[in-house]
Design a protein around this ligand. Structure first.
Ligand SMILES: Nc1ncnc2c1ncn2[C@@H]1O[C@H](COP(=O)(O)OP(=O)(O)O)[C@@H](O)[C@H]1O
Ligand SMILES: [Mg+2]
Length: 266
């Protein structure tokens, strides 16, 4: 991370126990404004738990979360959403029987000043009537190539497109921090490569600071500027994709889990 800019997000000595299970045990990392960072580690290493604490779904046992320089530890999820955090979930959470557009509009009921979409899309920032929200949701769908699907029941879409609708909903809130939890889970290789390219493009075009949990190593190594690797709730390594690929501890952690054959790491 460039030392010149203060971090947008700082995770400071984060620990979390569930009963006797130490899910997180001293996690430290920071995201500079505009970075696209991958958070990787074998299954059960604590990635989703870290997301849940950052967003306020869970309270940490100890440690702090700083967002835009202010402590947000223990905030409610709605508070953090209003501050500018948006996330997607490891398991799809959409209203299957509602049209695509309605699922995206759910993400637009956050009160905040004009954000990047107002600028990018040239929308008047002042008012957010229902009509304005609909226009904006449609534009976000356009960015993701789903405008034609706006009126369809979301449950009828192919799986990869449903994932994109979740992504659109998160984007629609004009987040300053986007947290994506295994967005390609359940996708085929084509859908995975396509969504990876979309994440990279949106990051490049909109400059949103993004933390990506992803088990597809090719994708995460290909698009992230930096990687944070955790294992069994602890920091294992941090660095560029090239540095991580060459890190003996990382190779060992993954091989140690993979002796029975291929498995999903991430
Ligand atoms: N709500 C919970 N209650 C009890 N244990 C949990 C809970 N959430 C996660 N864990 C445990 O914490 C560890 C980390 O889980 P998780 O954060 O989901 O890992 P990852 O997302 O890296 O696969 C696992 O051992 C998991 O079983
Ligand atoms: Mg997880």
């Amino acid at each position: 991370m460039p030392s010149s800019s203060s971090p947008l997000l700082k995770v400071d000595r984060l620990a979390k126990s569930f009963g006797g299970v130490r899910a997180l045990d001293g996690i430290d990392f920071a995201l500079a404004p505009g970075e696209l960072v991958g958070l990787i580690g074998p299954n059960g290493s604590g990635k989703t738990t870290a997301f849940n604490i950052v967003t306020g779904v869970l309270k940490p046992s100890s440690g702090r979360i700083l967002f835009e320089g202010a402590e947000v530890t223990g905030n409610r999820p709605e508070t953090n959403a209003a501050l500018g955090m948006a996330r997607t979930f490891q398991n799809i959470r959409l209203f299957n029987d509602l049209p695509v557009i309605d699922n995206v509009m759910v993400g637009l009921h956050r009160k905040r000043g004009p954000g990047f979409l107002a600028t990018v899309l040239g929308l008047p920032a002042a008012r957010r009537s229902e009509a304005a929200i609909r226009v904006r949701a449609t534009e976000v769908l356009g960015i993701l190539g789903l405008k034609k699907r706006a009126g369809e029941r979301v449950g009828s879409l192919p799986y990869g497109d449903q994932r994109k609708v979740e992504f659109a909903r998160a984007l629609a809130s004009e987040p300053t921090l986007l947290l994506l939890d295994e967005p390609t889970a359940g996708m085929n290789p084509y859908e995975t490569a396509d969504l990876g390219a979309t994440i990279e493009r949106l990051h490049r075009e909109l400059g949103i600071t993004t933390l990506l949990v992803e088990h597809d190593m090719k994708m995460v190594m290909g698009i992230c500027q930096r990687l944070v690797v955790i294992n069994q709730g602890r920091m294992l390594a941090e660095g560029t994709p090239a540095e991580i690929r060459a890190d003996a501890r990382v190779v060992e952690a993954y091989l140690g889990h993979g002796r029975k054959g291929r498995h999903a790491v991430g």
